[in-house]
Unconditional design. Structure first.
Length: 256
């Protein structure tokens, strides 16, 4: 079974897929060793680690090189957060996706917002055409890639986030999405409505007020992502240790 098929199957397993989000080769290997069945880049974590702001500021060729490095060192499926596609031109987006397929990615996240001075939703029908173009392109080149389509109504805290999300899910499912990612959704009612709106696996992201694991499984969620939070926690703890070494003029915090 190839990595794409393994990754796809994880979205229909008996328990939700807990996707670990990494930011470099070492963190990916660490998470594989910990037992996670799949890993993926958090765009925020990767960009921050390499000194760039999130929002497609990371050079795309660097994202491709990092993908190749991670894929070459792990034996589990790897998925790439490619934000809005690193272009507003469909042909360029297809070329970018082709590079990630060649780099060994088993899946991608593709989101329906564009980051400029602010983050704005693309018109749903326009974004649906992008999804269809991606699906058609993958068919023409006979390659497989799990298309996890992110919709950002809840992330943007829209007053009509639920109805906007439900409307977009229908368009994206028809366009050929393999999964739907709804970051920042946390209310049980909202999650239940989203899950019931589609046959596609629903992906949520770790948030402080997200329902617990058992509740998410009962609600029908199929994938739970860590987002940038593991990266943030790792560096918070590193900063605390470094601060203690400096303040105490002692190396013991490095070993305690």
């Amino acid at each position: 079974m190839d990595l794409y098929q393994r990754f796809s199957n994880l979205h229909r397993a008996a328990v939700p897929l807990l996707l670990a989000n990494c930011w470099d080769v070492h963190s990916a290997k660490m998470l594989e060793t910990a037992g996670y069945p799949a890993v993926g880049f958090s765009s925020h974590a990767l960009s921050t680690a390499l000194g760039y702001e999130d929002g497609e500021r990371l050079p795309f060729d660097l994202l491709v090189r990092m993908t190749k490095r991670v894929v070459s060192t792990i034996n589990i499926p790897f998925t790439v957060d490619m934000e809005g596609g690193f272009s507003r031109n469909i042909d360029h987006i297809l070329a970018n996706i082709h590079q990630l397929v060649d780099a060994g990615a088993a899946g991608i996240n593709l989101e329906d917002t564009i980051v400029g001075a602010t983050r704005e939703l693309q018109p749903a029908t326009d974004f649906g055409k992008i999804i269809t173009a991606v699906v058609d392109h993958l068919g023409r080149i006979n390659r497989k890639l799990f298309l996890n389509i992110r919709t950002d109504g809840f992330l943007l805290n829209m007053p009509d986030a639920l109805s906007e999300t439900l409307s977009r899910i229908k368009i994206y499912e028809k366009a050929g999405a393999d999964g739907i990612f709804v970051p920042c959704i946390t209310r049980r009612y909202d999650i239940e409505q989203v899950v019931n709106a589609t046959a596609l696996p629903i992906n949520v992201m770790a948030m402080p007020d997200l329902p617990d694991w058992d509740s998410l499984q009962l609600l029908g969620v199929r994938r739970i992502s860590m987002g940038p939070f593991l990266f943030t926690k790792a560096y918070e703890r590193g900063a605390a240790v470094a601060g203690s070494v400096w303040q105490e003029k002692s190396l013991s915090p490095l070993f305690s």
